[in-house]
Design a protein. Structure first.
Length: 369
């Protein structure tokens, strides 16, 4: 396996008379054996980053290093990087075994060794019973596992996965992602997993790198990304349902600081630690963030505070229910709660929150305070 370091990476494309800055000063370290997900919306630069790592695109400025050695001038084959794409690109006239072992055959690996390696990786990914079948007889998930087996069988330094399961149905996607996670856990292969699907990133990755507009915004574990987003984009992009963000005014009454919503007027009192942070911020306005999962129908602690409104919808999802509360002046709050009986649309509804779980952002910069 290999460590991977991206230092000051820039990528420019020409589009007619225009120049597109697709990747802007990207600095990123990926540890040996780590599974890192690169997450972001379409056009954020994640696929360009993957293609530069693979050697399919030239770096405009900056350095890509594997195990400390710069690889900018090396071809994809010299970098020993494997890729698995959303499209399987399998040879339909070959069996699964022949597809998986194709790269080994082209390199002249003896047949006995080739068979042993194909069988080993097929067993690891649970497709050893399909080696005699042809791709046309397989499901989408099985074909993706064949594509992944073909990428891994030659023992690459780094594996790059580009949206490999986003097109699969829910059950197949879950099963395939479990196989990928088991594979990584067993073999500790360095993997870069490019996706726009936050559920995939949160379920699979050791760490997540979030990109937007060609720039890297934050790198962290799933818990760090959820609990400590660096700005409003990260806070809003990760988390389902999306975070509630309320423009608020800070009010100091006898040393007790509260944030009062500008539209609906609900009010939450800040803890001393939060009040000190707001004082350092030095502004009278703040964006208050409340993740839907941090709102409850029953008070979660002695220091819980409450917000009341009118229930406009209840979306039952089995283990949880998403509630939409209309507050004063039409402001909406979404809460993801544990179902506790029948909820009537149009009825009064109160949710409770732990103030320590609130997030605060600057309205001007969007950065977390």
């Amino acid at each position: 396996m290999a460590t991977l370091r991206l230092e000051g990476i820039h990528k420019y494309y020409r589009s007619g008379k225009n120049v597109v800055h697709a990747v802007d000063d990207l600095n990123l370290d990926i540890a040996d054996g780590e599974l890192l997900a690169v997450l972001g919306p379409s056009g954020c630069g994640k696929s360009s980053t993957m293609r530069m790592i693979a050697g399919l695109e030239a770096v405009t400025y900056g350095s890509i290093r594997m195990d400390g050695k710069e690889v900018n001038a090396l071809s994809p084959a010299e970098r020993n990087v494997a890729l698995a794409f959303e499209s399987y690109a399998l040879y339909q006239h070959m069996t699964v075994a022949e597809n998986v072992g194709f790269c080994l055959a082209s390199r002249g690996v003896p047949e006995a060794e080739r068979t042993a390696r194909v069988t080993e990786i097929a067993r690891t990914l649970g497709i050893d019973g399909l080696l005699a079948a042809r791709p046309g007889a397989l499901s989408g998930g099985q074909q993706q596992l064949v594509s992944l087996s073909r990428a891994i069988v030659r023992k690459p330094n780094v594996i790059l996965l580009d949206e490999p399961i986003s097109h699969l149905d829910t059950m197949t996607r879950l099963e395939t992602s479990m196989r990928i996670r088991e594979l990584h856990h067993r073999m500790r292969i360095t993997m870069v997993y490019v996706t726009h699907n936050q559920e995939e990133a949160l379920a699979l990755a050791d760490r997540i790198a979030i990109m937007e507009g060609g720039r890297l915004l934050q790198v962290g574990t799933r818990q760090e990304i959820i609990d400590s987003p660096l700005n409003t984009f990260v806070a809003a992009f990760v988390g389902e349902p999306a975070i509630n963000l309320f423009p608020c005014q800070l009010q100091d009454s006898g040393g007790r600081v509260a944030a009062r919503a500008e539209r609906s007027g609900f009010q939450v009192e800040l803890s001393p630690r939060q009040a000190q942070a707001m004082a350092r911020h030095g502004q009278g306005k703040v964006l208050v963030g409340l993740r839907p999962r941090d709102a409850y129908l029953s008070p979660p602690s002695n220091g819980a505070q409450s917000i009341s409104g009118t229930l406009r919808y209840a979306e039952f999802l089995g283990e949880s229910t998403n509630l939409g509360l209309e507050l004063d002046q039409g402001e909406m709050l979404v809460a993801s709660v544990t179902p506790t009986g029948r909820l009537e649309r149009g009825s009064p509804c109160t949710v409770h929150l732990n103030p320590d779980r609130l997030l605060f952002f600057s309205p001007e910069s969007g950065l977390r305070i």
